[in-house]
Design a protein around this ligand. Structure first.
Ligand code: SF4
Length: 64
């Protein structure tokens, strides 16, 4: 699994960072930054799926 954030959609709620702080950080504007650009460790996949499901802007995209 890999994950990306659509910067045009992201509004900086940071719900993703709460759900998976190991994977989602924030830039200077509070918008989401993916901290792991390669494969997401298996043990973090469930958190990433939760973040994707909870993103109000549908900005998180999972690639498998
Ligand atoms: S929850 Fe969605 S819109 Fe909010 S910061 Fe994370 S990716 Fe961006």
């Amino acid at each position: 699994m890999r994950v990306t954030v659509d910067g045009d959609r992201c509004q900086g709620h940071q719900m993703c960072g709460i759900a998976a702080p190991q994977v989602f950080g924030a830039d200077d504007y509070g918008n989401s930054v993916v901290l792991i650009t390669g494969d997401i460790p298996v043990e973090l996949e469930a958190k990433v799926r939760r973040a994707e499901g909870n993103c109000p802007e549908r900005a998180i995209h999972i690639h498998e």
